[in-house]
Design a protein around this ligand. Sequence first.
Ligand code: AMP
Length: 225
Amino acid sequence: MSQKAYIFVGPPGSGKGTLSKLCVDTFGWLQLSTGNLCRKHIAEQTDIGKQIDFIIKSGKLIDDQLMTDMVDCWLEEVTTTNTTLILDGFPRTVEQVKRFVEMTNSKYPQLEVQVIRLLISDDVAIDRVVTRYVCSNRACQAVFSAKNDSGLGSKKEMVCDYCGSLLGKRTDDTEQVMHNRLQVYRKHESDMLACLQKAHIPVVEFTGEMPIEDVFNTFVDAVIR
Ligand code: AMP
């Protein structure tokens, strides 16, 4: 039996994490955010965490093989279920696409993979990231915004609506680091998409520059129905 796997592609701030959370909460899907996984390693000061701490703070990408191995570990676990999967933030380079395709062909042939690409300008991405707050509870990680018109404000100031934990800033969500993150993302974007296309993985794309409910409804209409 086949198992659906969506790859959410888009620059930081495009709404991949928020869309993932809506899908997880609404449909009970399983999501891996490779950025959150990296931050978890750093917070827990694991060997991997110590190795990648500086790289994340500078907005660069961590090693392709290390990243692919982390994703492989997660896939080993979640492919024992038949639940739809979301990969948020992986693959991000041509090398990662190649390793992902090799890995799924050999180990997870049941996965029916589709790419969802969120389009957003650099200016909007920077604005969203510098005004966003994230729940400090690692099991929650809900995303909020300080912007009044975002629809993502928290009901109580600096407190998570979902679990009541305090909200905080990610260390790499500063304007300066964001410029690096966007530059790195854009550098890999077109080659990575070409590589996904070459691997015959279908890509559906739409703008992420709308309120998150509209992004979610567009995704549901375009992909699930
Ligand atoms: P994100 O939260 O997805 O913006 O990721 C935060 C940071 O985690 C990135 O700037 C990278 O340093 C690292 N990271 C996340 N996903 C990947 C990936 N697929 N490949 C390499 N580094 C990654």
